[in-house]
Write a protein that binds this ligand. Structure first.
Ligand SMILES: *[C@@H]1O[C@H](CO)[C@@H](O)[C@H](O)[C@H]1NC(C)=O
Ligand SMILES: *[C@@H]1O[C@H](CO)[C@@H](O)[C@H](O)[C@H]1NC(C)=O
Ligand SMILES: *[C@@H]1O[C@H](CO)[C@@H](O)[C@H](O)[C@H]1NC(C)=O
Ligand SMILES: *[C@@H]1O[C@H](CO)[C@@H](O)[C@H](O)[C@H]1NC(C)=O
Ligand SMILES: *[C@@H]1O[C@H](CO)[C@@H](O)[C@H](O)[C@H]1NC(C)=O
Ligand SMILES: *[C@@H]1O[C@H](CO)[C@@H](O)[C@H](O)[C@H]1NC(C)=O
Ligand SMILES: *[C@@H]1O[C@H](CO)[C@@H](O)[C@H](O)[C@H]1NC(C)=O
Ligand SMILES: *[C@@H]1O[C@H](CO)[C@@H](O)[C@H](O)[C@H]1NC(C)=O
Length: 406
């Protein structure tokens, strides 16, 4: 490579000011070099990158694997990392990995799926698969946390959903977990049953900052859980589900992605807000994305609700999204007929949505969807406005977001 252009040096400088341990975070060019298949997969990757290769010999003993930085499962690579603030990268070779991933370490971690097309979700070659649900007679009653394909949270307690309007009471002294997780070109699928059969998570993230790029998350119910103090950003991703499939307590921003309905049930979003002494922006924001049915054989025209309030402090906004005709005319709905959970504090909103699922008359008649003016949307209109530093009302916590991804 030739001398680094000035713009690169400037952005490197900005990064090192934002993050104390930025030195091993990848630029886009470095990431492409690492992700691209080469005879020695790790060539082009930063020094110290771990490799996940399911065909690595069985005869290789675990300590030998660690010495060579080669692992047969993704979780064994994750577990080999120290639980400290150091940065790490893991490159994953093509394959279907049937395992649950659980990241508790605080240090920046990047997971890369190997691919010839790092800017194409459909060319992804890595799928992480698990089959678990909960809450029904056939599944038992585990906390939702135990069903997830990928968990990013510092402790078990911080990841538990619990019950009631405020969920599991996470102990006060719980440390923050991962400060800068990045996942690229990976699919996370929980295929317990091909329909809603109790909570069945693809992602569970709490007390952590997590970014996903060209990733897919698929299940049928409760696909994505962004729990307490969770900040999650998804761009150029696909999230598929049927019932309440974006839910949680934290903050989720979805940008330029597909939100895919595999049936209707509950609503797409089911958020629980939290009363804090400061003004918070906890909620789910779906921006410049497409909301559509998975395929044309699904007969769900006018049947899917945008969301419903898991508690009355629910906040969700679909902004500048294209909605297909599966969305019901009234948009958002009450939690249930005898338990509406809609109060003045409930924010189930839209801003400049369009497409066949946008029906202004229907929204007004339904009486629960708020259609925002430009002024009302403004305080929520970008990731830098909604991602807060943990435990404060201060926004601008976006040092972990990769803005460069198209
Ligand atoms: C490798 O070990 C796993 C269990 O750890 C076993 O299921 C598999 O059959 C083994 N493969 C070979 C090629 O020996
Ligand atoms: C990681 O950094 C945080 C914030 O700077 C610090 O409080 C914590 O002690 C560090 N943790 C470790 C394991 O070094
Ligand atoms: C990953 O998900 C995308 C989007 O649904 C899909 O097009 C692609 O085929 C999937 N790849 C694998 C290996 O599952
Ligand atoms: C994740 O790993 C931590 C540390 O081993 C463990 O305490 C926790 O129970 C795991 N989380 C889940 C959801 O299994
Ligand atoms: C997790 O929460 C339970 C129930 O509140 C509590 O008994 C336990 O001590 C907590 N565990 C940790 C490690 O904080
Ligand atoms: C359409 O999507 C539904 C929901 O995921 C699935 O059950 C069905 O098999 C799909 N049909 C086709 C033709 O792909
Ligand atoms: C938040 O505060 C309001 C007003 O005091 C109260 O009605 C509501 O139950 C509280 N909600 C939660 C989830 O704590
Ligand atoms: C829009 O909503 C109104 C009120 O529910 C309904 O009468 C009308 O048919 C809807 N229009 C379309 C195109 O669905």
């Amino acid at each position: 490579m030739g001398p680094a252009p000035l713009s690169f040096l400037l952005s490197a400088l900005v990064f090192s000011i934002q993050l104390s341990s930025a030195s091993t975070l990848l630029t886009t060019a470095q990431r492409y070099l690492c992700q691209f298949p080469t005879p020695n997969p790790l060539s082009g990757c930063p020094k110290g990158t771990l490799l996940v290769d399911p065909s690595a010999g069985n005869s290789t003993k675990p300590d030998q694997q660690k010495k060579n930085n080669v692992f047969r499962t993704i979780q064994s690579a994750i577990l080999s990392l120290p639980s400290d603030n150091s940065s790490a990268t893991i490159l994953i070779l093509p394959g279907q990995y049937t395992e649950q991933l659980n990241i508790t370490r605080p240090g920046p971690l990047t997971l890369l799926g190997q691919t010839t097309s790092p800017s194409s979700l459909s060319q992804n070659s890595v799928q992480v698969l698990w089959h678990q649900a909960t809450g029904t007679s056939s599944t038992g009653t585990l906390d939702n946390a135990f069903t997830s394909v990928l968990t990013i949270a510092p402790t078990l307690n911080s990841s538990l959903t619990g019950s009631g309007p405020t969920g599991f009471p996470v102990p006060e002294n719980t440390p923050f977990g991962n400060t800068d997780f990045r996942g690229y070109n990976m699919n996370f699928t929980n295929d317990y049953l091909p329909y809603s059969a109790g909570p069945s998570l693809a992602l569970s993230t709490s007390y952590a900052n997590t970014g996903f790029y060209y990733c897919s998350f698929k299940s049928y119910q409760d696909t994505i859980y962004v729990g307490k103090l969770g900040n999650s950003y998804m761009k150029s991703c696909e999230i598929a589900g049927q019932t309440d499939f974006l839910y949680g307590f934290g903050t989720l921003w979805i940008e330029k992605s597909d939100v895919v309905m595999r049936g209707c049930g509950g609503g797409i979003t089911a958020w629980k807000g939290t009363n804090t002494t400061y003004t918070n922006k906890y909620g789910v924001y779906i921006h410049d994305s497409v909301v559509k049915k998975e395929n044309s054989t699904l007969e769900i025209k006018g049947k899917c609700a945008l969301g419903r309030p898991w508690n009355s402090l629910h906040r969700s906004i679909f902004a500048e999204c294209k909605l297909d005709d599966s969305i019901q005319p009234n948009g958002y709905i009450q939690w249930g007929k005898t338990d509406p959970r809609v109060t003045e504090q409930t924010m189930m909103a839209e801003y400049k949505d369009f497409g066949k699922g946008w029906n202004e008359t229907g929204r007004v008649e339904g009486g629960v969807t708020r259609v925002l003016s430009r002024q009302e949307w403004e305080p929520y209109s970008g990731p830098e406005k909604v991602f807060m530093y943990p435990g404060t009302g201060r926004s601008g916590n976006v040092g972990w977001v990769d803005w460069v991804v198209a």
